[in-house]
Design a protein around this ligand. Structure first.
Ligand code: ZN
Length: 223
């Protein structure tokens, strides 16, 4: 049964946040999405987010967060900085300190303005690449902080927090959205939708998860 309250989904147009968008659409009567434009390497990511939101009839707000690049130049926004996985104990070159803290705080302000009590984000501890503000303990802490800051009772939802990539594909499949998400979302660092470039760390993680899920769904079947 759908809850009568509204939800704001933090939405990048990628696999995880699109799964969260479908998750929210199953649960809440009113769903909106917010995308943060921080000068991503490829603006196709934002265009795909717009397209998906329009297709699903979801009100979509794109917030200009270009100042993030001014604060912390990194591989997600600067072409000249290569995308590298973190060595042991080091953060990957895509790291922007405090990014989720900023994004979720802005999402809170927007949700307040739009009368939405629930905030949904696809952060996840399982594929934890060292981002401290993706941890469950941080989300719980921020939930308290947002409520105190705005004298409200927001509920932060993290449906993917304890899922690995294969389980995230499983969730999409259970909602009947696996094909849609596999084709339409952009996770690739080079902005290529669907299976992407097939070589960047993000594409490798995504395809590995999908292969693992399809393997268990159709034992012995081709991936
Ligand atoms: Zn890629």
């Amino acid at each position: 049964m759908k809850q009568g309250q509204g939800a704001l989904v933090v939405f990048s147009g990628g696999q995880d946040s699109t799964t969260c968008l479908f998750w929210a659409l199953e649960r809440f009567e009113r769903v909106e999405a917010v995308t943060f434009d921080y000068g991503q390497r490829h603006s196709s990511e934002i265009e795909h987010a717009r397209q998906i939101a329009a297709e699903l009839g979801v009100k979509h707000t794109v917030l200009d967060m270009a100042l993030l690049n001014q604060l912390a130049p990194n591989a997600l926004t600067r072409e000249e900085i290569p995308v590298e996985g973190g060595q042991e104990g080091e953060l990957p070159s895509t790291f922007v300190p405090g990014r989720n803290l900023l994004f979720l705080s802005f999402a809170g302000v927007l949700a307040k303005g739009h009368g939405l009590r629930h905030i949904v984000t696809g952060v996840c501890e399982t594929d934890y690449s060292g981002y401290p503000d993706c941890r469950d303990i941080f989300i719980k802490s921020l939930n308290v902080t947002l409520n105190l800051a705005m004298a409200d009772d927001f509920v932060l939802h993290t449906p993917l927090m304890w899922l690995d990539k294969a389980q995230t594909w499983e969730m999409a499949d259970q909602m009947g959205k696996l094909e849609y998400i596999a084709e339409k979302t952009v996770t690739c660092y080079h902005g290529i939708p669907g299976a992407g470039c097939g070589a960047c760390p993000s594409c490798l993680l995504r395809s590995k998860g999908l292969a693992a899920y399809l393997q268990q769904r159709r034992p012995g079947g081709k991936v």
